[in-house]
Design a protein around this ligand. Sequence first.
Ligand code: BJW
Length: 234
Amino acid sequence: MERLIRNIVILTGAGISAESGVPTFRAADGLWEGHRVEDVATPEAFARNPALVQAFYDARRAALETVVPNPAHIALAQLDQAWRGNLLLVTQNVDDLHERAGSVRLVHMHGELKSAWCTACGACHRWEKPLADDPPCPCCGRAGNLRPDIVWFGETPYEMGRIEAALAEADLFIAIGTSGAVYPAAGFVDRARAARARCVELNLEPSLGSERFHECRFGPASVRVPELVDSLLA
Ligand code: BJW
């Protein structure tokens, strides 16, 4: 007998924002073209050359103003609004397209471009301006300590307790547009399987973890996600 679906956990990666014009990480022409992302997205790389890293994130933060949510973000927001059971949308993305589409039950496990944190006092601030000119922290007033609120390699992702709790109760786990190259997110499918959830992957092509899913549907997120949401709400 098929299990009744009440609790849904959705994991999104860079692929869901690709059709909005936000580059992915590991494509041939991706964001870190010519570099291994594991070598550059680290606290050590920031310590070596803070000006370069700040300029890179300033440019990506500014570029958010030129992109809009696509039908995949919009469909997930409709699901969030209509679904009466538990739902948690966990995004690895640092863009703000899920919230601009209207998703509310949302966790940014790898941080956000539009947030800055002060390494002197620990405060986090919503941030839409550049950081390269070393502005003072609005909380402690000290300059030169604000960094992008991005989870780099070796740092702890946000809200892991909430995510683990949702995975332990999941009936349905859906991974969308993620390569399965980065842990702990790449291991969520195993947590969901341990909870006996049905696991569905939506991706343009097979990911590193495809064989761990019960079902894979290949194609652009802007098509596959609205299809799946329609079937869940039918
Ligand atoms: C489409 C599409 C379309 C295209 N439609 N699809 C084992 C267990 C735990 C940790 C580790 C482990 N082994 C190693 C680690 C450590 C490390 C790690 O994973 N290393 C790997 C290299 C092996 N992980 C960490 O350090 C993490 N922290 C950590 O583990 O702390 C310990 C801890 C764990 C748990 C609890 C408590 C403590 C931190 C990882 C931080 C990752 N940060 C980054 C960079 C941010 C900087 C920046 O933005 O510039 O986050 S890495 C980068 O990769 C970014 C992304 O969020 C992340 C995932 O990438 P994503 O989204 O999958 O993108 P792509 O480009 O790889 O794939 C795109 C996909 O879309 C492809 O599949 C396409 O086919 C598809 N696609 N167009 C549908 N139109």
